[in-house]
Design a protein around this ligand. Structure first.
Ligand code: ZN
Length: 415
């Protein structure tokens, strides 16, 4: 199927990576940064040039497009989705992708900052990539393979399908979202316009990886209220909220229940922001676990600790607010086993070992799954994301293109 196909994914990836699409959590606009639309405009023009007549960018920065069905069968509408923005954690300006052809297992020194070195010890997956073509950033920025690898893979799938009209598939929807990295990737998504039954995000890492599970997530905000007073005359009057909050945070265990002390299936409570004065301190938390029921248990644990703290500071007050963020997509996906079964078949028929895994985080898919679009996550090859050491293998991206082309066809075959 692919012996004579000239993949376009590498050139596309480089073209997309060079466009600055960093999102901004402090921004109130939608999309959070207008520059994300620059990539959206390019993608629409490339889709239109390939003959996709309905491709468009909406005012919120979403790209929608349809590859029309070429079969008489009634096939579920499948959406392929990737995000256009890059992480606010690392500069995305003047990204200059560097290709390291036929990689030989050596350390990779990034040319624009030679103190930035990718070593196979730090990045053991590199040892599996010998003989492949590795793309890195140049040393001063991230690469943006998260998630421009996913975008380039989907675009190459479109290219393949429009050039192989004999390969049967149902209606396929293409969706590129802004602001995934700041948790707003589906805020303005028009589900009716999208009109898809099931989806796949292209935003996972190693070759063959398939994520059908994410964390469930809440946020907690705790306000601590003290009593302020002139410090020279504060005896028996002042209650310093800074000290109350500090005591509370310090009362939490050091060797469990935190991101720095857990991995695998373990969840955590994690303070992410603290702000205020002696009179009032606000501490924001994120609460994470694969089991949604455990979130309430963690929250009750925090409430108990908070109560114990307040007992030590008579007169101090606090309030405790919980907000739902997203839920483990597996709760939805388990109801539609064919989504995983077809992906497994597509990955294996591409000659790849199927590796089911869980994301210790959320994806657009975790929210989409609960909005009515069950949506697991497929590998792209993107690695070490959100930093200057980010890299991606060209061959991994090509295998992902092959996988989703086959997947489109499998949905038609099984219908
Ligand atoms: Zn991503």
């Amino acid at each position: 199927m692919f012996q004579n196909y000239s993949f376009t994914v590498k050139d596309r990836f480089i073209r997309y990576a060079e466009i600055d699409t960093q999102s901004d959590p402090q921004s109130k606009t939608i999309p959070s940064t207008e520059k994300q639309k620059n990539l959206g405009i390019l993608l629409v023009s490339e889709l239109s040039a390939m003959g996709i007549t309905d491709a468009h960018l909406d005012p919120y920065g979403y790209v929608y497009a349809t590859i029309p069905s070429n079969t008489n069968k009634s096939v579920p509408v499948i959406c392929f989705c990737a995000h256009m923005d890059t992480s606010p954690d690392c500069s995305g300006k003047n990204v200059r992708p560097v290709i390291h052809p036929n990689y030989q297992g050596n350390e990779i020194v990034l040319p624009e900052d030679e103190s930035q070195v990718l070593t196979p010890t730090e990045h053991p997956y590199l040892k599996e990539k010998i003989g492949e073509d590795i793309i890195t950033a140049s040393g001063t920025t991230l690469l943006g393979a998260d998630d421009k690898a996913g975008i380039a893979i989907i675009m190459d799938m479109v290219h393949y399908l429009v050039n192989h009209p004999d390969l049967l598939h149902g209606n396929l929807k293409i969706l590129f979202t802004p602001d995934e990295e700041i948790g707003r990737g589906v805020d303005k998504l028009d589900m009716d316009k999208l009109g898809a039954d099931f989806g796949y995000t292209l935003d996972a890492g190693e070759l063959g990886t398939f994520e059908d599970e994410t964390f469930s997530a809440d946020s907690v905000t705790i306000h601590f209220y003290g009593v302020s007073s002139h410090p020279g005359y504060a005896k028996d009057k002042m209650i310093n909220a800074i000290k109350v909050a500090s005591h509370f945070i310090d009362s939490l265990p050091k060797d469990e229940l935190s991101p720095e002390s857990t991995d695998g299936r373990y969840g955590f409570v994690h303070p992410v922001r603290i702000e205020g004065l002696a009179e009032k301190i606000t501490v924001e938390w994120i609460i994470r676990d694969f089991l949604t029921t455990k979130l309430a248990a963690y929250e009750n644990y925090l409430r108990d600790k908070l109560e114990a703290t307040l007992k030590k500071f008579p007169g101090a007050k606090a309030d405790f607010q919980v907000r739902e963020q997203y839920r483990n997509m597996k709760e939805v996906l388990d109801q539609y086993p064919q989504i995983t079964a077809h992906a497994k078949e597509a990955i294996e028929s591409s000659g790849i070992v199927f590796k089911k895994s869980s994301a210790r985080g959320g994806t657009d898919g975790s929210r989409l799954s609960f909005m009515g679009l069950p949506c697991p996550n497929i590998f792209t090859g993107e690695m070490a994301f959100h930093g200057k050491h980010e890299y991606v293998s060209v061959q991994d991206m090509q295998k992902a293109v092959e996988t989703i082309v086959r997947l489109s066809n499998i949905w038609e075959e099984k219908s």
